[in-house]
Design a binder for this molecule. Structure first.
Ligand code: SF4
Length: 322
């Protein structure tokens, strides 16, 4: 019997939940198909399909969805409202299924929810087609395995691996350890800006080639980040913003040489966090480079600014060692 193919776009919060989705659908006897890494074709398709005002990461998601459309029977289009108790996620995630339907057409969608009533790992969060079409015992068993995979994936990242490295280790069942060398540099931003090498013009590779160990927010447990932000007069209710500010503080405590902040052009929630990070870096005397990403990001200017910043960090470090 032909197995049903579920298309999973490698975009947005795939970098947090992707490996667990894969495990879930595999355990259900379905075939998960993850789209390939972002490239020019995907970007162009997304830009063409989206309204002008939408941010680059959403355009990329639409591009991935469009390229998968003919290869799968159903497309996973998550609807996130809240991924942690008492916190919210950007409203763009709320309307993702509708935006995708508009862009992709009438193909079948599986909507996996995460909201304040049913978070990611609950039965209620699962697509309706799954809970009504399969035996409950099988669904529960698959969900249990997916949750275990999610935990293992995040533990690998907290051990120092980047999402792609952690995903590969999880799929192969290996336990690689992260390289531990100095100096370290912080890289902050939303996961889909940091871990999509096409959007950020290969930032991680560039930093590593220049001899830096790269720390990203996914390497810090959510609990540690929440503790770090206890002193804020008002809690930040945007999960993604919390991760950025909390990770920034933790990176500073770890003694990083500097921090690169990749932000998505036209991202509303990031405007506030960007300002907070800027103020804190100034107060702490920690060098910060903030770069905006959009579909027009020119490689030459981007790389030149990055290299100039890294030179400055290296020089600063040399003098402080004299
Ligand atoms: S948080 Fe910003 S970058 Fe992310 S989806 Fe929302 S608007 Fe786009």
């Amino acid at each position: 019997m032909r197995r049903i193919k579920i298309g999973i776009p490698r975009a947005l919060l795939y970098f947090w939940y992707g490996p667990a989705w894969r495990v879930f659908f595999q355990e259900m006897g379905l075939t998960p198909l993850v789209s390939g890494p972002t490239g020019k074709e995907i970007l162009n398709a997304g830009v063409k399909a989206a309204v002008e005002e939408v941010c680059l990461p959403v355009k990329i998601f639409l591009g991935h969805s469009l390229t998968m459309q003919t290869q799968c029977d159903c497309l996973l289009t998550p609807r996130y409202i809240s991924v942690n108790k008492g916190e919210f996620i950007c409203p763009k995630f709320m309307g993702l299924p509708e935006m995708t339907r508009q862009a992709v057409g009438t193909g079948r969608q599986l909507i996996w929810k995460s909201d304040h009533k049913c978070h990611w790992g609950s039965l209620k969060a699962l697509p309706r087609e799954i809970t009504s079409g399969y035996a409950q015992s099988r669904v529960k068993k698959s969900l249990k395995k997916a949750k275990a995979a999610l935990e293992a994936y995040h533990l690998l990242m907290q051990g120092g691996l980047l999402p792609l490295e952690a995903e590969t280790a999880l799929l192969k069942g290996s336990q690689p350890s992260a390289a531990d060398y100095e100096p370290a540099i912080g890289l902050i931003g939303h996961p889909y800006c940091l871990h999509d090498a096409f959007i950020n013009l290969g930032t991680v590779q560039l930093l590593r080639e220049q001899g830096f160990k790269v720390l990203v927010p996914e390497m810090f447990p959510a609990r540690q980040i929440a503790l770090e932000l206890r002193d804020l007069p008002k809690p930040l209710f945007w999960t993604l913003g919390q991760r950025i500010l909390g990770a920034f503080r933790l990176m500073w405590k770890k003694g990083v040489a500097g921090v690169v902040y990749l932000s998505a052009f036209a991202c509303g929630p990031e405007a506030l966090i960007g300002e907070m990070v800027k103020r804190e870096s100034k107060a702490a005397g920690l060098p910060l480079l903030q770069l905006d990403l959009d579909e027009h990001s020119g490689e030459a200017g981007f790389i030149t600014r990055m290299e100039a910043f890294l030179d400055l960090l290296k020089r600063k470090r040399r003098y402080s060692c004299v």
